[in-house]
Design a protein around this ligand. Structure first.
Ligand SMILES: [Zn+2]
Length: 331
């Protein structure tokens, strides 16, 4: 507990508050820009358990705005969840940190529902936030939505079943970055501010007996403006009215990853991974491997194959072209 001394001296936290933080399990979905900083803050502040979920690996273009990662991680294409976990365990060995290298969807998140207390949305896309909204509502898990683009950030704490949900919010704010891709720039200095605010809200959710949600915050780190807006739960909302919710089945179909010149799909079974390795060796195709994935060049494309069977094909956004290349290699 001594390591948290300065934090326990803060009246709003105190020793009892710190002890409480140490009992909580936080699921951090996405450890890119906001998620890497949020995970680092949670680790240093001493939240008891963290579970990191991320489907990507580290690239050089991430380092300008993402904490925890090194040029070496980018060179080795280390999975972000793995690299983040490794870095965080060196910062605080007294808390438990686990990681999952996978897509966040109902299939991957459901087994975690009974193990976690809070969720931080640190994703970069609205389709995963849709999943989080549904997941959090179904299992009544409090969560905090964040998004960033340019010099703007959006933040909203959501406490199901009674508070306004993401859909209730999107009904009142313009969806300026609904199609958010990597191609939309973001100011690197904005990220730690947002992550700090997200973890502040998380701390309040845990420690403040009269914490109320239903407030949306917007921040501009260039004009230095901060706005907050009351958001009410909407009657018959598609995201938080039980009669309106239809669970979307998990899709293993190929999807084009917006703005990344990449298509993602899934191998038929996890056990295909060793077969792919065997095949590469037999055909003398050079590949690089790390604890989470292997990668190799194929014609002008690059394949990245994760151990759980997820495949990224870089070099095209065209689903038909990707399908052709995939079948050429795998059949
Ligand atoms: Zn709603």
């Amino acid at each position: 507990m001594e390591r948290y001394d300065r934090q326990m001296r803060v009246a709003t936290i105190g020793k009892a508050g710190q002890e409480k933080l140490l009992t909580k399990t936080i699921l951090i979905v996405g450890v890119g820009a906001i998620g890497s900083y949020a995970a680092e803050i949670c680790t240093r502040m001493g939240f008891g358990k963290l579970i990191l979920v991320d489907r990507d690996y580290v690239e050089l273009s991430n380092l300008g705005r993402q904490s925890l990662y090194t040029e070496q991680d980018a060179l080795e294409k280390q999975a972000k969840a793995y690299a983040a976990c490794k870095a965080l365990r060196l910062i605080n060995s007294e808390i438990e940190i686990n990681y999952i290298v996978d897509d966040a969807n109902m299939e991957t998140l459901t087994p975690l529902a009974s193990k976690i207390d809070y969720v931080l949305d640190c994703t970069d896309n609205f389709s995963t936030r849709e999943v989080l909204n549904q997941f959090a509502f179904k299992y009544q898990l409090p969560w905090i939505f964040t998004s960033c683009a340019g010099n703007y950030a959006n933040i909203m704490p959501i406490v199901p079943p009674d508070s306004a949900c993401l859909h209730c919010l999107l009904g009142v704010i313009p969806q300026t970055n609904a199609a958010s891709c990597d191609v939309i720039g973001v100011d690197g200095a904005l990220i730690p501010i947002v992550a700090g605010m997200q973890v502040s809200l998380l701390t309040q959710m845990i420690l403040k007996p009269d914490f109320t949600a239903n407030t949306y915050y917007q921040l501009d780190n260039w004009q230095f403006t901060f706005r907050s807006l009351q958001v009410n739960k909407r009657p018959h909302c598609n995201g938080c009215s039980p009669e309106k919710i239809t669970e979307k089945p998990f899709s293993k179909r190929a999807v084009s990853l917006c703005g990344r010149d990449t298509v993602q799909f899934q191998l038929a079974t996890k056990s295909n991974y060793p077969e792919v390795k065997h095949r590469l060796t037999a055909e003398q195709i050079a590949y690089k491997e790390n604890p989470a994935l292997l990668s190799f060049n194929y014609h002008q494309y690059q394949f990245v194959i994760f151990k759980n069977g997820r495949v990224l094909l870089h070099g095209t956004e065209n689903l038909l072209e990707a399908k052709k290349i995939y079948q050429q290699f795998f059949n």
